[in-house]
Structures are given as C-alpha cells and as structure tokens.
Design a protein around this ligand. Structure first.
Ligand code: SF4
Ligand code: SF4
Length: 294
C-alpha cells in the first residue's frame, strides 16, 4: 500500500498529520516517545532562602516545577554539547554512587531566582517574576500564579532547572496531548432513515447536516467516532466504519517547543534506538559466523 502524509494543522501549539498506509504501531511509537522520551527543561531543585507565605516549601517547589520553560534552543545546545538527559536524571539521584561527577551536573543546570515581597497590600507572584540566567530558558507563560502574598510576607528562592524526560516526571513532557485517532466513514442505511434529524442535533462536532431530509457528514476527517449519532438514531440507520490504515496523529505542545520539533525529536530518538538494535544484531551475526568458521 502506498504511504501518504498530509498536514491538517500546523501552528505554534498543535501539529495534526493525516496518514494513510502507515502502521498504527509506528504512529503510536511517535506519540509515546513525544510524551516520554523527547527531553525538555523544567525546574528540578528549589532552594528556599525565605518563605513566609501561606504555602509550604514543598507546594511552592511543586508549583514552580510545573511551569513550562522554553526549551527549544537550550535542548539543541545541550545536544551539541553531548549532554544526555539520561545522565542528567542521575544528577538529582538520591544515591551518591549513581551521581555523575559534579562538573557534569554543573553543565546542565540553569539557575533562576524568584524574589517578591508584599509591602502594604496583597501581592500575587506570577511565573513572569522568575528571573533566569539563561535567556533561552524562560517561562513560556508569564501569567501563571505561583503564590499570593499577604502584606509583610516574602519569598526568596533559588531555582535549578535541568533537561529531563517525561519518563522520569510529567513536568518534562513537552507534549500535553499526543493521540492517534482513527479515520472513519459515516454510512447511512437510507431505507431505515426516517429523516427525524436527531443525529444532526447530537453530533458534538456539528458535522452532520440534513440535505433534503437526508443526513450527510460535511467533513468526515473531523469525525471523532464518538458514535453519538449511532446511539441516538431511533431506527439504527447509521454505521461508523473505521477506514483501513488511515489515522490522524495529533500532538499538542505545552509551549516549551514547537510541535514540529517534538515530532522530529521523537523520530530521531526512535531511529537512534533502531540503529542500536541493528548494530547489535549485525555484531551478533558476525560473531556467530566467526564461531562457526572455527
Ligand atoms: S437520527 Fe437516524 S433516522 Fe433520524 S435523520 Fe438521523 S439517520 Fe435518519
Ligand atoms: S460519530 Fe460523533 S462526531 Fe462522528 S458524525 Fe457521529 S456524532 Fe458526529
């Protein structure tokens, strides 16, 4: 079967690819690698110097860890420096034996500060108040509330951010949504249809229109196969039939990098891993041949 790929949507936040002839397991791998293996940067350590706010230190640290940080340029820079996020994971390891040498960890940590004090009125501290030492790594959204300080309360925090992967913690996952959906056909058994129009009323995507009393789907590619039309049709006149080998891969970025970068990085990691398998198999085959020749 021939393979076809069409971009249905591509902007700063979402990529949607319509595929034909690509195996579902391959698309699922790209999706899963986007969530779990493509690295990004997130706050991993918070040194609390002053915290007289209502929030416990741990809650503050957790809120800061979940702030999406722009990672696109920094991840490419780290890649060029040969920094492997799998090693970075060990920098925060509890076990001293597992930790890489300190100079390795120093290379990947990015330092930031958050300082705020409410004087005579309440003050909301936002993600935009975080000051980063690295101009490439800053909060994507400046308006995420971190804490509300009452008059007289203060925070002074040092933050350390580092590359990581969703496999370790969701805060490093660059994708907020990564799904593969089936493409389907809306099939009407005309003899059974009583032209009541119920299916058009219930379609959550507003895809069904009634033309001369007959229901018709405007854009079948946008059907999410929820089957509301099927379930609400009083005469069972509708069937939703999956198309063979036609899917839509959709990835939504948290904003830390472009969605097209997430797909590219996901494929790069996948190809690297496949190459490692191929090399191991070749080595094993040549060793076996040498053994047999002796
Ligand atoms: S709900 Fe069923 S019977 Fe009513 S218009 Fe739709 S297909 Fe026809
Ligand atoms: S399956 Fe859902 S989205 Fe698709 S046409 Fe029916 S009601 Fe609309």
């Amino acid at each position: 079967m021939s393979m076809e790929l069409k971009i249905l949507r591509l902007d700063d936040r979402v990529i949607e690819l319509r595929t034909k002839g690509f195996p579902l397991p391959l698309l699922n791998l790209i999706r899963r690698y986007a969530l779990a293996k493509v690295p990004s940067i997130a706050v991993d350590e918070v040194v609390v110097i002053v915290n007289t706010s209502i929030l416990f230190d741990e809650v503050l640290a957790h809120r800061l860890a979940m702030v999406p940080l722009r990672s696109e340029e920094a991840i490419q820079r780290f890649k060029a420096m040969g920094i492997d996020p799998e090693i970075c994971e060990k920098c925060s390891s509890a076990s001293e034996e597992e930790k890489p040498p300190e100079d390795v960890c120093k290379k990947c940590f990015i330092y930031m500060r958050l300082e705020a004090e409410a004087l005579d009125r309440e003050l909301t501290v936002y993600s935009g108040d975080i000051v980063s030492d690295d101009k490439d790594v800053e909060p994507v959204y400046k308006n995420i509330p971190i804490v509300v300080l009452a008059p007289g309360q203060k925070i002074l925090l040092e933050l350390r951010a580092r590359p990581g992967r969703g496999l370790e913690h969701a805060k490093w996952s660059p994708a907020t949504v990564a799904v593969v959906r089936y493409l389907v056909d809306f099939q009407l058994i005309e003899d059974l249809c009583t032209h009541c129009g119920k299916c058009a009323e219930v379609c959550p995507r507003g895809l069904i229109e009634i033309v001369n009393g007959v229901p018709r789907v405007k854009n079948p590619d946008e059907c999410i196969a929820c089957k509301q039309c099927v379930m609400n049709c009083p005469t069972k006149a509708i069937e939703i039939v999956p198309r063979q080998d036609e899917y839509v891969l959709m990835i939504e970025s948290s904003g830390v990098m472009r969605p097209s970068t997430i797909v590219r990085e996901s494929l790069e990691i996948l190809l690297k891993e496949l190459d490692q398998i191929s090399q191991k198999v070749s080595k094993w085959v040549s060793e076996k041949r040498v053994g047999e020749a002796r």
